[in-house]
Design a protein around this ligand. Structure first.
Ligand code: CA
Ligand code: CA
Length: 287
């Protein structure tokens, strides 16, 4: 096990197999990604209302990386366990820079508990280049509140080395991300990397302490829901050896369909399957 640090100068705005890796890791390495805020430092972080600023929109959602993972190749799964997300003392949402003190966000005379979310996490896609504004089956701009400290993210690998990137951290965010922003912050994200030779699903999957969530993104919520349900049925069929009807019934009475975000060019939903139904994915994928 080694400790690798990637500084925030190493950043990119679109996931692609053509970007040269800036660091190399082996399974079991711990990697610290120093992450820029979603506006790439263009907005000065000073408490209060933000003065009018012309944002260069080509510099939105920078991801730190990419990280090459030794042994990652198409058909394998990159397993990213989120060990820690350190956030600074100020965050940005809409026209405000807001203080963060002792684990709480101070806004509207309230103390809102910090619960950091990684907005952008992904690998190089199967083909072409995908802007960090988009979510997809490579990851990207998923904005899913499950992607937090203690969770494990399973990313299907599409190209050699995987090429992991992380960015767009929110100090806190609700489901839907309804205004288009979380509490945007630069951050320091510590992850543990591992790899499985198997691929259970061609989708991004997140394991929390309580459930497994399968993510899907599409132009409409309806299409994203259909996609995620189809994939959840397939996963249950393969893990539990049940019929399609049985899997659909089991999901219907146990699992929660949730909206991750409705504000990106594709919308993201997730189906959360309790662990008492499906067990730990880490166990299944290593078996
Ligand atoms: Ca985002
Ligand atoms: Ca964001």
């Amino acid at each position: 096990m080694r400790l690798i640090k990637i500084s925030k100068e190493h950043k990119f705005y679109a996931f692609s197999s053509k970007i040269k890796p800036v660091a190399y890791a082996h399974p079991d390495d711990i990697v610290v990604f120093e992450v820029n805020d979603c506006f790439d430092g263009q907005v000065p972080f000073e408490e209060g209302e933000i003065p009018p600023i012309n944002i260069d929109k080509t510099r939105v959602n920078p991801a730190t990386g990419p990280l090459w993972i030794e042994g990652a190749k198409p058909g394998t799964t990159l397993i990213v366990r989120i060990l820690d997300i350190e956030v600074p003392k100020l965050g940005l949402i809409r026209k405000w820079i807001i203080p963060i003190r002792n684990g709480f966000v101070k806004f509207a005379n309230m103390n809102i508990p910090v619960r950091p979310v990684i907005g952008v996490i992904g690998v190089a896609p199967r083909k072409g280049t995908i802007s960090n504004k988009y979510p997809g089956d490579h990851g990207g701009n998923l904005d899913s509140p499950d992607i937090t400290v203690g969770s494990t993210v399973f990313l299907p690998v599409w190209t050699d080395g995987g090429l992991l990137g992380i960015g767009d951290v929110h100090a806190v965010q609700g489901d839907g991300e309804i205004s288009g922003q979380g509490l945007e912050v630069p951050a320091s994200v510590t992850v543990k990397i591992s790899l499985s030779s198997k691929q259970l699903l061609p989708k991004v999957v997140v394991e929390t302490s309580n459930y497994i969530s399968i993510l899907a993104s599409a132009p409409t919520l309806d299409d994203a829901c259909k996609d995620v349900i189809e994939n959840a049925v397939r996963l249950l069929q393969s893990i539990k050896n049940m019929s399609r009807d049985e899997a659909l019934a089991l999901l219907s009475i146990t699992s929660d369909l949730r909206i991750s975000q409705i504000v990106n060019p594709l919308k993201t939903v997730r189906l959360c399957i309790p662990k008492y139904v499906i067990g730990s994915l880490i166990e299944h994928i290593k078996a």
